[in-house]
Design a protein around this ligand. Structure first.
Ligand code: A4P
Ligand code: MG
Length: 170
């Protein structure tokens, strides 16, 4: 995949959101999250990557399902973060400790070309370039933003693309 990025509505910023789940009905949670993103004010889902199954990185628990979606949004980055946290909480997300297994995790990977470093928000996501479960799906949508050396660096991580006919890829 890759190719030309879909055009942006006026006043919108292109952003890439990482989705992950390793508890509960994982695929259903990710599908519902895509619908919830599409329903945010001033926001459109432009494309979704394939779905991937990956072993937990720096964490324990069951395998994850992960994907990346490309959105166009008029929300500023902090408003988008707050909206993502509301969606996570609606999916029953609990936070007993850092990197705990979760029903839904939504991270802002990239927000246009912005670099953000506030106490609440770091963009680009500080750990994204170390993680195959981010880089492989992101490379489907935005290959120019995934350096080949970063892909090589995560090549040993256990991850597989899922053949899920019910997924929203497109
Ligand atoms: N925050 C800062 N920057 C961001 C950002 N760009 N996007 C802050 C989203 N949130 C951001 O997040 C903690 C705080 O990070 C938020 O309050 C926000 O203000 P959280 O989601 O509550 O907690 P967390 O998930 O434990 O932290 P985080 O940072 O999301 O963890 P990671 O580093 O993303 O790791 N292995 C596999 N295979 N697949 C996974 O999806 N995920 C993790 C989580 C670990 N291992 C994994 C996976
Ligand atoms: Mg998170």
């Amino acid at each position: 995949m890759g190719g030309t990025e879909p055009s942006l509505p006026d006043g919108a910023t292109r952003a890439w959101i990482g989705l992950g789940a390793n508890l509960g009905e994982r695929a259903a949670a990710l599908r519902q999250a895509v619908q919830a993103l599409a329903a945010l004010p001033g926001t459109q889902v432009l494309r979704a990557s394939s779905l991937y199954r990956s072993a937990p990185v720096d964490a324990g628990g069951p395998d994850y399902l992960n994907a990346v979606v490309e959105i166009a949004t008029r929300l500023d980055a902090h408003a988008l973060l707050a909206a993502l946290q509301t969606i996570e909480n609606g999916a029953g997300r609990e936070r007993p400790y850092r990197n705990a297994p979760r029903t839904l995790d939504l991270d802002i990977l990239l927000y246009g070309d912005e670099r953000i470093a506030t106490p609440q928000l770091a963009v680009p996501h500080p750990r994204m370039f170390e993680r195959a479960f981010v880089l492989l799906p992101l490379a489907e949508l935005a290959p120019a933003r995934v350096p080949p050396e970063a892909l090589r660096a995560v090549a040993a991580q256990a991850i597989a693309r899922c053949q899920d006919s019910g997924w929203v890829k497109g």
